[in-house]
Structure formats: C-alpha cells, structure tokens
Design a protein around this ligand. Structure first.
Ligand code: SF4
Length: 318
C-alpha cells in the first residue's frame, strides 16, 4: 500500500473508532500498520485483561480467532469483532474436542491445564487456562500429588515440566508451526554472527528444549539466555543493559522492540518465523470491520459459561 494511502486509512480508522466507541486490541505479532492504529498492543494474557476492563461496548480484535473468542467469553455483554474470520491458529487446531475428552477419560483424576491458544470448546473442558506468561505459576498452584494434563503445546509443556520439576505432567504433542520451525541451528548461527548479544526465546519455540539447560546455567557460550513470553521479552529488552538481541519468536514483535528501543539492535532468530494467520489482518480489513461492524464473534452460552471458569482462573494468576 502507498504510504499516503496507508496514512489516510489510519486517520480514517482513528476517527471511526472514536465515533463508534470501539477499542482496537492488537496482538504483538500483527503487522506494524495494524499495531499503529491499536489502543492496546500485547500478548494473549495482556489483551485478555484489557478486554475484561475496557469501557467501550465494542472490541475490534486484531489477532487470531481463539483470542477474539476469549474476549467474547470474558465480556459477554460486549460486541467482539474480528477483521478476518479465516485468521486461525495451527496450535489451537492441534487438539480436537474428542481427543481431549478421550485423554481425560484415560486420566480421570488429572487436572486439565490448557494454553489460551485453544478453541472455546476445548477451554470449556479445562480446569485451568494459562498463557506463556503464567503457565509455570498456574501449574505451581496445583497440589503436587495431582496428575496434570498439559495441552496443546509440547515445547511450552516441556518448559513448564522442567521449571516446576513435576514428573506427573502429561504433555500433548501439539505445536505451533511458526515457533516449532525456529531451530537451535538458526539461533546458534545468529548468535555466532554478532558480538555482545543476548538471546530471548519464546517457550513455544522448537529451540526451547536444548536451550533450557543454558537458561538454568544463565548463559550460552557466555551469552545471556532468557525464555520469556512476548510481553516478558518486551519488558526485558527495555530494561537490559545489552545493546544487541537475537529474538526467537514470530517476527512481528521486532516492530515494537525497535520502536521502544531505538538505540538497540534486534535480529530475528529466523526471518521465516512469520505467522500467516496473524498477517491476514490488514488495515483495509480493519477499516471494513469498523464500517460494517463485522465479523461478530459469538460463543454459545453453555460453552462460554464453562470456558469462563478456566479463563478467570488464568486471569487471577499473574
Ligand atoms: S504464531 Fe503460532 S500460536 Fe501464534 S497464532 Fe500463529 S500459528 Fe497460532
């Protein structure tokens, strides 16, 4: 899109959202133009919290479907819109309702803990929901003698098992194709090409497992390593004294990192780590959603009521 066209569209979106009393929430992986028109940017947990507290009656959610569903569940009195209904998620698709019900039947005493990256139907079968920011803390609140079913991300699950030291945690073998595609080789190549560099990794990444031991030691090859959620990464890189960072997550996060820290250098661990679902949301679709009040996201009441219990437990734990 031409720069002039894009800035006109942004102005029109800013005007419309005020006129229609709409709040725009955008995930950290959204394209820069969409992040620019948002009232709040953040990760799943941060945006869920915003959805629960914003005064506006309409939320325009720039992210993927499960996020907009979560907002609709938390705020049933509000209208939740998503600019493109096709914005899905390979991770949330990695477990079906029947698969979860069967798994629970095999472990009838277990507590089901599910990542927020799941459909509303799956959430309605969970005891606890969690995000990458609070997964470790959520699991730590569950009595040590209770078996846990953790789903659907296997890398986050292994990270949680390692950090909590629990042996009685069963992990679903799901993954996000974007994060799973970031390999240890990608990371090491980037780290070796730069001096005085810190590494920040999202726990969904395929490179998480081998680096967990370096995290326990505090460094890899004398470089500092941290495993963090996207919000955790944003806070960490701003506070850190380091000037250079290799960032292992979806590349959309780099926009905010660079904007907030113009004196620092941020390099993607893998330039291929782009989520095509997140990138489906464009300025044109945001404009269209505002003008035509679409697409309305609804969750059947009986599913929403059950799912809300698990989500509220997630929101209560930082
Ligand atoms: S980056 Fe992965 S987990 Fe996030 S929305 Fe895309 S497919 Fe889903």
């Amino acid at each position: 899109m031409l720069v002039q066209q894009s800035s006109q569209l942004k102005e029109e979106i800013m005007r419309l959202k005020k006129e229609k009393d709409v709040v725009i929430l955008a995930h950290n992986y959204q394209i820069p133009d969409v992040q620019d028109v948002a009232d709040f940017t953040g990760d799943s947990l941060g945006l869920s919290r915003q959805a629960a507290t914003v005064p506006q009656k309409t939320i325009l959610f720039c992210g993927v479907n499960f996020m907009a569903e979560t907002a609709a569940i938390i705020s049933p009195e509000k209208k939740v819109l998503i600019p493109d209904l096709e914005a899905g998620c390979s991770l949330s698709d990695s477990i079906t309702l029947d698969e979860l019900k069967n798994w629970k039947m095999q472990h009838p005493e277990a507590i089901a803990v599910g990542y927020v990256n799941t459909t509303a139907e799956i959430k309605s079968e969970l005891d606890y929901c969690c995000t990458s920011s609070n997964a470790v803390n959520v699991v730590n609140t569950i009595p040590k003698d209770k078996e846990i079913l953790f789903l659907p991300d296997m890398f986050l699950g292994s990270y949680v098992a390692k950090m909590t030291g629990r042996k009685n945690i069963h992990i679903w073998a799901g993954e996000c194709h974007v994060h799973a595609g970031i390999t240890p080789e990608d990371v090491i190549k980037k780290l070796d090409s730069m001096n005085d560099t810190e590494l920040v990794i999202h726990p969904e990444c395929g490179c998480t497992t081998p680096f967990m031991y370096d995290v326990a030691d505090g460094s890899y090859d004398e470089k500092k390593v941290s495993i963090l959620s996207t919000e955790g990464m944003l806070k960490h890189v701003s506070k850190s004294k380091s000037k250079n960072f290799v960032v292992a997550t979806e590349t959309g996060i780099l926009y905010k990192m660079r904007k907030d820290n113009p004196d620092k250098t941020f390099v993607a661990a893998s330039e291929k780590a782009e989520c095509q679902y997140m990138k489906m949301i464009t300025l044109e679709k945001v404009y269209d959603a505002l003008i035509n009040e679409k697409h309305i996201v609804t969750v059947p009441k009986e599913i929403a009521d059950k799912a809300r219990l698990a989500i509220n437990r997630m929101l209560a734990i930082s």
